[in-house]
Design a binder for this molecule. Structure first.
Ligand code: 1HN
Length: 325
């Protein structure tokens, strides 16, 4: 290119800038898989005393929901654990109520600790126990309470980054704290079949899997399916429970989904890229899109996880790769 050409080009760029136009040929094309967020780990041993401390510092009434948000260190200010997902740790003390509201984002709970808490979804009241996976589909009324004698902790997962992306976030408070209960669930009845996936059923299914179904990366892994629709329990989020047998040495893998893991039982090692994470019971880990990872477990481990795979598959974006070592 001649110098006169390049100064003309410079003038051209300056002229089009006020019209909110720019030359694509000068943009570096960053159309590559991968994510702006980084792998991150939250040890329950560190988080648990901080939840306790938050109980002393803020009342449920003032907090509405007493939650410590797990924010990705490279997405500061976003409140998101990954570009596509939100996750938090919620504590509810005996006698407390989290008032009823509804919103456009889909939500899920994974019960970590304590007995006696319930969530009510459009009037279906469900007692929740550790290891249970419970969903709040978008725009359903939901309130929570703790009728037991112990603190209850669960992990919340939401797709708020999607409603932010689309500018489609709506939220409403119910005029009373508690939405009228029309049904109290017996855990496995028809009313709640698409809303609560009990721990004991997940473990039963995992233990019935034949050895031939063990995946070289994921061990024994099941995807939760809504029995009424045959589809994922939420429109954007897929959820899974997996079991790594004692001595499991997983192969390396990557996929385009962002995954949030919560160790339900046991412990394991997770290698992500060049980093090694020691995951203990109840620890949370986020693995971003296209990061190679593998599991190693000297102990037996049961891991709950949720990811944006469901949304990516609906849109035709999802890919995975079993990496050859
Ligand atoms: C929400 O409604 C709950 O219902 C928890 O417990 C966390 C984070 C963002 C937006 C709504 C709940 C939330 C939330």
């Amino acid at each position: 290119m001649t110098p006169s050409n390049s100064s003309e080009l410079q003038q051209f760029k300056e002229a089009i800038d006020p019209l909110n136009l720019l030359p694509l040929w000068e943009r570096q094309m960053k159309l590559l898989p991968g994510s702006h967020c980084v792998p991150a780990h939250w040890a329950y041993q560190a988080v648990r005393p901080l939840l306790e401390k938050s109980v002393a510092l803020i009342s449920k009434k003032d907090a509405d929901r007493r939650v410590l948000v797990m924010e990705n260190p490279s997405l500061k200010g976003s409140s998101f654990i990954s570009q596509s997902l939100y996750a938090g740790q919620q504590i509810i003390m005996p006698g407390e109520i989290a008032p009823s509201h509804r919103h456009s984002p889909n939500a899920l709970r994974f019960l970590v600790e304590g007995e006696g808490a319930y969530t009510s979804v459009d009037g279906v009241k469900m007692m929740m126990r550790p290891g249970d996976f419970v969903v709040t589909p978008n725009f359903t009324w939901h309130d929570h309470g703790n009728e037991g004698s112990q603190a209850v902790v669960w992990m919340d997962g939401l797709d708020t980054p999607f409603t932010s992306l689309f500018g489609a976030h709506f939220r409403e408070n119910y005029p009373q704290d508690i939405y009228p209960v029309t049904h109290t669930s017996q855990r496995l009845d028809q009313h709640c079949a698409s809303l609560i996936y009990p721990w004991e059923s997940s473990l039963d299914c995992l233990s019935q899997m034949p050895t031939s179904q063990m995946d070289p990366v994921h061990g024994f892994k099941l995807r939760y399916i809504n029995p009424k629709t045959g589809k994922d329990p939420l429109t954007t989020i897929a959820a899974f429970m997996q079991m790594l047998p004692k001595g499991f040495m997983g192969k390396t893998y990557r996929s385009t989904e962002h995954t949030v893991m919560n160790v339900a039982q046991g412990s394991c090692i997770l290698e992500v890229g060049s980093q090694t994470y020691h995951l203990a019971t109840h620890d949370v880990m986020v693995v971003p899109s296209w990061e190679p990872y593998r599991f190693l477990s000297s102990d037996m481990a049961v891991i709950f996880s949720f990811s944006d795979r469901c949304a990516q598959q609906a849109l035709g974006f999802w890919r995975e790769e079993y990496l050859v070592e």
